[in-house]
Design a protein around this ligand. Structure first.
Ligand SMILES: *Cc1c(COP(=O)(O)O)cnc(C)c1O
Length: 334
């Protein structure tokens, strides 16, 4: 067994907060009178879907870029995400004035390509799979000296995401429970490192979808394992954690109190609730904490903060969901 790399700690997250302060937005926290009444405890929503680029991913990307040398900055950064990491990285690179290439396969939807190009990055379409796109990344790193910024398993990325935790401690100092949408574990590792250091009695719960819950399966297996990626309304939570995971698996295992899975129907109900009761447009992945609350799954007492992690949802799909249509993405992919 290789030796465990030290966990990201709160001093790295404090430094990240300073490093990214000029680029990111401190997102507000709203009390939810409706949910507080329903659950008979204070419920707060951390409105991270109002972050620049539509999700928290810009925090980690900005911090990772801040840590590059001048030579590395000149050569630029590269990533493979079609989703929120790609957008966050593109925006962070633009803000730092450095080149950014996002590699995608031919299967990437035009709307995602447009979104990333609109943030100022070059999109390079290579091959027919994520693996072939990844080969182009490897080539750009080797031949052009570009730096690859991974979406979660990277110290500076985790420290950047952890700034969400420092902010919410300032905003809700008596927080008892934090609900964190969970995929590769960059957000929850950073938030848990920050919150447990400052307020150790706080419970941190990772929420993810039943369909393709990678980190949950890995925690149960006791090691990183492969899982099948399935269609889900929580599309930003899909994908594995990496079989050679260095940091987010051990940090999640050590620092997170529990993980919970929510259903597709529960995610729809949460998107609807957030729209009609809270006046917020939140993507499926950002709504999973609300799905758990509405389903009565969060038993502990005291103030709870649900992180609404992103808002990049197709507005046609959002419209159908909040209009009460039964939008089942699991049927659309045979
Ligand atoms: C990436 C993402 C997540 C999950 O973050 P991890 O660090 O991979 O666990 C949650 N919500 C949204 C909106 C995201 O884009």
């Amino acid at each position: 067994m290789s030796e465990q790399i030290p966990f990201v700690d709160v001093s790295e997250i404090e430094r990240a907060r300073t490093a990214i302060a000029d680029t990111i937005r401190v997102t507000p926290v709203n009390a939810s009178p409706y949910l507080s009444n329903l659950l008979d405890r204070p419920v707060h929503l951390k409105l991270e879907h109002t972050q620049i680029s539509g999700s928290f991913k810009i925090r980690g990307a900005t911090n990772a870029i801040a840590g590059l040398t001048d030579d590395q900055k000149r050569a630029g950064v590269v990533g493979v995400s079609t989703g929120n990491h790609g957008r966050g990285l593109a925006y962070a690179a633009k803000a730092a004035g450095i080149p950014c290439i996002v590699c995608m396969s031919k299967l990437a939807p035009q709307a995602k390509i447009d979104g990333i190009e609109a943030e100022g990055a070059e999109v390079r379409i290579v091959g027919r799979s994520q693996d072939e796109a990844q080969e182009e990344v490897v080539r750009l790193v080797a031949d052009e000296g570009m730096t690859m910024i991974p979406p979660f398993d990277h110290r500076a990325v985790i420290a950047g995401q952890g700034t969400v935790g420092l902010e919410l401690l300032d905003q809700v100092p008596d927080v008892a429970t934090v609900l964190v949408p969970l995929s590769g574990g960059g957000l929850i590792s950073g938030v848990a490192a920050a919150v447990k250091a400052r307020r150790p009695q706080t419970t941190i719960i990772g929420i993810t979808m039943e369909r393709g819950a990678a980190m949950h399966a890995c925690l149960h297996a006791g090691r990183p394992v492969l899982i099948d990626e399935l269609a889900t309304l929580a599309d930003s939570l899909g994908g594995g954690i990496g079989l050679d995971n260095q940091l987010t698996f051990p940090m999640t295992r050590a620092l997170v109190d529990d993980t919970l899975l929510v259903t597709e129907v529960g995610i729809s109900a949460a998107i609807r609730h957030l729209y009609w009761r809270e006046r917020q447009i939140v993507e499926g992945s950002g709504s999973v904490g609300i799905a758990a609350l509405l389903a009565g799954r969060i038993a502990s007492a005291g103030p709870v903060v649900a992180i609404l992690s992103g808002g990049n949802i197709d507005m046609g799909q959002h419209h159908r969901i909040v209009s009460g249509e039964d939008v089942d993405v699991t049927r659309e992919v045979a």
